[in-house]
Design a protein around this ligand. Structure first.
Ligand code: PGA
Length: 243
């Protein structure tokens, strides 16, 4: 039985003060979750340390929004695995469509990040997904398959999460239809060749669509942007009721 992984990606939002305020509301609302449901928050780097203290002994895990493949060195603006581990970070998002788009991250770099995360004891959340143009040109499956094959090369699939995030559904309010998201997640599992692979869906997940998404057979969780910034919304998502 695969576990469920519900992750909130705060992107470039939240100060230490607002993160603390968020947790004051969110923690009581999410304390009675089933044990097989893992909840993760990926705050900006500046809030990691104070959240590590607040979340100690709770059911919430910390993720970073990226991680470098070297442990130290001349890599301005990057963060290393050991810097994250020092603050009890357990997961690292790699290959999100925003760094892919704004900083031209390649599948090769994403693969290096994922492998390094695993070597150091972090669990990578590897994001894949097609753009609207690629989908309209009928290239979605080919693009995602390449991202999966290159991104996961030589990784330990039992210690990794894949997030399928169609770019056209991120921050747009347009969710990918649940059956279609499920179909792609099923293909990803097939391409990866590992039945127990954990696969999330991401892209405009909100309280109004979480129950339907989590009823899908190949979707093991969600990666949530906008709706994870509001504690009541994210608590409703974490407390989803699969149909
Ligand atoms: P969204 O973002 O939920 O705001 O669409 C998802 C993501 O970027 O991970």
């Amino acid at each position: 039985m695969r576990k469920t992984v519900i992750a909130g990606n705060w992107k470039m939002h939240m100060t230490c003060a607002s993160a603390k305020e968020f947790m004051e509301t969110f923690l009581p609302l999410s304390k009675d979750l089933p044990l097989d449901r893992r909840v993760i928050i990926a705050p900006p780097f500046t809030a990691i340390s104070s959240l590590a203290t607040i979340l100690e002994g709770t059911h919430i895990n910390l993720s970073s929004q990226n991680v470098h493949w070297e442990d130290s060195g001349a890599f301005t603006a990057e963060i290393s695995p050991s810097m994250l581990l020092e603050h009890n970070v357990r997961y690292a998002i790699v290959g999100h469509s925003e760094p892919r788009k704004y900083f031209s991250e390649s599948d090769e770099q994403i693969n290096l990040r994922a492998k390094s995360a695993q070597t150091h004891g972090l669990i990578p959340i590897v994001c894949v997904g097609e753009s609207l143009e690629q989908r309209e040109r009928g290239e979605a499956e080919r693009v995602i398959r390449r991202q999966v094959e290159q991104g996961l090369e030589q990784t330990d699939l039992s210690n990794l999460v894949i997030a399928y995030e169609p770019i056209w559904a991120i921050g747009t309010g347009k969710t990918c239809e649940a059956n279609e998201a499920n179909r792609i997640c099923g293909l990803i599992r097939q391409w990866a060749g590992f039945n127990d692979l954990l696969i999330q869906y991401g892209g405009s997940v909100k309280p109004g669509n979480i129950d339907e998404i989590m009823s899908m057979s190949d979707i093991d969780g969600v990666l949530v942007g906008g709706a994870s910034l509001e504690p009541q919304n994210f608590a409703r998502i974490a407390n989803y009721q699969a149909r």
